[in-house]
Design a protein around this ligand. Structure first.
Ligand SMILES: Cc1ncc(C[n+]2csc(CCOP(=O)(O)OP(=O)(O)O)c2C)c(N)n1
Ligand code: SF4
Ligand SMILES: [Mg+2]
Length: 300
């Protein structure tokens, strides 16, 4: 394995060579943060969701957070199964309502690091209203959106991020609806930390995730993934490895985009990776606590 990759993950070469069946016993991080008895996962082999879960494990480990101080909240979908494999406070709720439950939890327990884990459908179709209002309020929640551009779990229906022309089971002749740009939407709605990376760029993803979780405000990570089982098959995009390679070839860091001419920028069709906003704004639960103090003190 490449030495730089090992260094970034703080691993020794020997550790990277541990046979798969011994990973849990030999890795302190996996022992501490995952529920071994729940493995193997339900995900199709080669699915990118597992890579996002790896990035989340590394990000939390990097921040040194106590398991009991983290709450993972999910709705329904392939992505939403992630908290089931991890050893934190976890809530598996209804489709589209991860952020609604996360909002209640954060208000009741502002001391917790609350992370809402959602698919693109979960976050932006049925859950779209919760997404924009959580951003508007600047609730201290991290929204981790795994964008595979489709409803994976239910067999490949259109989602709000399906690209124009993409074939799905509900758009057999190609999608005619323009997709939501998740990061732009989050910024416009008021999120204070927004970044995008892909499952090919796992190291970058865990760095952004760590920053987002550390942020005291509404932070959004768009983890661009793929669903080879539905979208890939319907659009003849090849294997999981082919789709992974396409994320490498069809993405560009913001810093490289910035060096292009205005004409080249306008013509760019690649996925832009980067941190797009990182600002400070009063966090909702703090504003709420201040209000209560003033009311109880008779000031209001
Ligand atoms: C109220 C409700 N409507 C619809 C469904 C069916 N359903 C389950 S998962 C899902 C979409 C999953 O897509 P996404 O959120 O993108 O997650 P993925 O499976 O792609 O990770 C839908 C429509 C449901 N469970 N509940
Ligand atoms: S159906 Fe798609 S999103 Fe769901 S586990 Fe399989 S490859 Fe992943
Ligand atoms: Mg999806």
């Amino acid at each position: 394995m490449d030495e730089t990759v090992l260094q970034v993950h703080g691993m020794e070469s020997e550790e990277a060579l541990i046979p798969q069946e011994n990973w849990f016993e030999r890795s302190e991080v996996l022992q501490k943060l995952t529920k071994k008895r729940k493995f193997p996962t339900i995900w199709c082999s080669g699915c990118g969701i597992g890579i996002v879960m790896g990035a989340l494990i590394r990000a939390i480990d990097r921040l040194g957070l106590d398991n009991d101080k983290v709450a993972l909240v999910a709705g329904i979908g392939c992505t939403a199964r992630m908290p089931g494999y991890l050893d934190f406070n976890t809530l598996h709720t209804t489709h589209g309502r991860a952020l609604a439950f996360a909002t209640g939890l954060k208000i009741a327990r502002p001391d917790l690091k609350v992370i809402a884990i959602m698919g693109d459908g979960d976050a932006l179709a049925i859950g779209g209203n919760h997404f924009i209002h959580a951003a508007r309020r600047n609730l201290g929640i991290t929204a981790l959106v795994v964008n595979n551009a489709i409803y994976g779990m239910t067999g490949g229906q259109n989602s709000p991020t399906t690209p124009l022309g993409g074939r799905t089971t509900t758009a057999p002749y190609g999608n005619i609806e323009p997709p939501f740009p998740i990061c732009d939407l989050a910024i416009a709605a008021g999120a204070t930390y927004v970044a995008r990376s892909t499952v090919y760029h796992a190291v970058e993803l865990d760095k952004y995730l760590a920053e987002a979780i550390a942020k005291d405000g509404f932070s959004v990570i768009e983890a661009v993934s793929y669903c080879h089982t539905t979208f890939g098959r319907l659009n003849k995009l090849g294997t999981a490895a082919d789709m992974m390679r396409a994320l490498k070839d069809n993405s560009i860091p913001q810093s490289a985009l910035d060096r292009l001419t205005p004409e080249e920028k306008a013509a760019n069709t690649k996925i832009v990776r980067g941190k797009f906003i990182d600002i400070e704004r009063p966090q909702y639960t703090q504003v709420y606590a201040n209000l209560i103090t003033r009311v109880q003190g008779g000031e209001l």
